[in-house]
Design a protein around this ligand. Structure first.
Ligand code: C2O
Length: 576
């Protein structure tokens, strides 16, 4: 008997010590993604749209925290493709991260690749999207991770409502991107914003394409909000209702209540909404999103509308009511930087014993980098349509990033000698000037073109200060880091001051995210623990800025322990 109990005790101890899998930890979820064209009609324009499995937006992936995930992606079109699992840490599995020419060669037409990774220590809402050219305009979807432990808030949730924002172009997105690069101009702006693929009734020929969701009076819903728009930060509000923010980028935050949210491309935000209002005779309340923009460039300044319908009113139709439609009064105006600033300041990590905030209190290295736009002289014999007949570009520390034609991760892993990239990304701006007060044109510098990477040893506690510039124009830049979450320890307007600003950092409960909205005409300081060996893309999540070169690569070397090393590449890794 004694040895029997001893055996049981031993097994229990092994499980507790993490040597044996507990019953729920080894589930593998498998998905099939076919990248294919599908005719889709919006605003009375029909076009073949690049989709996954014919769906727009694409299918939702739902997994549990701790699951192994395998997604077999088959490319059924002629163009190259890849899929990126935006915000998934990909611990030691950089091969499955997805950005073309950074962590893999693209999947060519007719070929397939299976992305394999494990969802470790993350829970909440993330998303996936193509990471080739501007394909993510239509190739994107939600990635939902159910937590192992109950939510840290006590309100019972009736249901989840995914809310994906996107942009619709009547024209072909490839052609728009190619034109932009050829002429060096700003891209044609989209023809509408969308909620779950639907523009809503404020656009021509669009009333039937409106997102409507039915709620029960008195119940609380979790809105899983994802900004998959290509080029615009957005405000979102629901008429008469408040929103309680509980999570951003798959990390719990200290809950707070707000009349609206601001969300950049790349970011996700979970909010709770209680259906506690008395509807009018239509039984409906509007929800709406419109851009937060300070740009001089032409942009889509329209508003997408959807509806929340109360079930209890007995109204059967789920068609939108007859107009005129009113945008919720609580939706901020497009230039409302004060709202955007206050909203960002309210975001704090939950920072409890179960969900600690592991912000590096001390750093090993600080990198200061400008993020901004540039102008380049027009090459001879070309027509350029950017400002003053020049070409627009964008850069970090005046380096306009050029993607190589090989996979950096593969070449780095194999220690290949190559001139395709170098390890010398400048750790401060090459020229000091009044970054946010520069005469926009006099101060403008032609960027350097190349592939300079930032390389750090395993375990480096790294701070990156992202400094917006006013060359050409102050702009919003949502900067996304692959492979790591970071903590936004400081932000401000004007120029970062390395002697004064760090004294005001929040090192107690800063928000932990994968995408930061750098204040327009200001700076943001982020800290991370470089504990994920591999090659990671860092870039502005406005697709036009990435295309212009607002990006760099970040290399984390493997550590001394086997558990600190990048795993070997999978057999089916595509080649270039
Ligand atoms: Cu959402 Cu580099 O991507």
């Amino acid at each position: 008997m004694g040895s029997f109990y001893g055996l049981i005790l031993g097994v229990v101890l092994l499980v507790l010590a993490g040597f044996l899998p507990s019953s729920s930890s080894s589930t593998t979820r498998r998905f099939q993604f076919n990248v294919e064209l599908k005719n889709v009609t919006r605003l009375c324009h029909t076009k073949p749209l690049l989709t996954v499995n014919g769906k727009y937006p694409g299918p939702t992936i739902t997994v549990n925290e701790g699951d192994n995930v395998e997604v077999q992606v088959t490319n059924r079109v002629v163009s190259n493709t890849t899929i990126h699992w935006h915000g998934i840490r990909q611990l030691r599995t950089g091969w499955a991260d997805g950005p073309a020419y950074i962590t893999q060669c693209p999947i060519r037409g007719g070929e397939r690749y299976t992305y394999k990774f494990t969802v470790v220590g993350q829970r909440g809402t993330l998303w996936w999207h193509s990471h080739v050219s501007w394909q993510r305009a239509s190739v994107h979807g939600a990635f939902i991770i159910h937590p192992r432990m109950p939510y840290p808030f006590s309100v019972p949730i009736q249901a989840d409502i995914p809310i994906l924002f996107g942009e619709w172009w009547n024209g072909d997105i490839d052609a728009i991107e190619k034109d932009m690069m050829l002429y060096g101009s700003g891209p044609n702006s989209s023809d509408s914003y969308t909620i779950n693929g639907f523009p809503g009734p404020l656009y021509p020929c669009s009333i039937k394409d409106t997102f409507t969701y039915t709620v029960e009076s008195g119940k609380t819903y979790m809105l899983r909000i994802i900004n998959a728009a290509l080029n615009d930060e957005l405000f979102f509000a629901v008429a008469n209702h408040t929103l309680t923010v509980v999570e951003t980028d798959a990390v719990y935050v200290k809950p707070f209540t707000t009349t609206a949210i601001m969300i950049t491309p790349g970011q996700t935000t979970n909010v709770l909404l209680t259906a506690n209002q008395v509807p009018d005779s239509t039984g409906m309340f509007t929800m709406a999103a419109r851009p937060y923009l300070t740009s001089l460039f032409p942009f889509d300044n329209s508003t997408t509308l959807g509806f929340l319908k109360y079930k209890t009113t007995g109204i059967q139709t789920i068609k939108p009511p007859v107009g005129p439609y009113r945008v919720p009064y609580n939706l901020p105006q497009m230039e409302d930087t004060p709202f955007a600033t206050k909203f960002s300041e309210k975001l704090r990590s939950l920072a409890t014993a179960e969900y600690p905030c592991n912000v590096p209190k001390r750093i090993d290295k600080r990198v200061i980098t400008t993020v901004g736009l540039n102008l380049q002289d027009c090459p001879a014999n070309q027509t350029c349509k950017g400002f003053r007949g020049k070409k627009f570009y964008a850069s970090m520390n005046n380096q306009s990033f050029v993607r190589p034609t090989l996979s950096i991760l593969e070449s780095h892993y194999q220690n290949l000698t190559t001139s395709a990239y170098t390890y010398n990304f400048p750790d401060k701006p090459p020229h000091a000037f009044n970054f946010t007060g520069a005469d926009p044109l006099a101060g403008n510098l032609n960027p350097e073109f190349g592939t300079k990477l930032l390389a750090v040893p395993y375990g480096t506690k790294l701070e990156i200060v992202l400094q917006d510039t006013s060359l050409l124009n102050v702009e919003n830049h949502p900067i996304h880091v692959h492979g790591h979450n970071f903590f936004i320890v400081g932000r401000g307007f004007g120029n970062f001051d390395a002697t004064k600003d760090p004294a005001h950092y929040n090192l107690h409960d800063p928000p932990e995210r994968n995408t930061v909205a750098v204040p327009v005409g200001g700076w943001a300081a982020i800290r991370l623990n470089a504990d994920n060996p591999g090659v990671w893309f860092i870039h502005c999540h406005l697709e036009e800025h990435t295309t212009w070169g607002l990006a760099t690569g970040f290399i984390v070397d493997s550590g001394p322990e086997p558990s600190q090393c990048l795993l070997p590449p999978p057999d089916d890794l595509p080649s270039c």
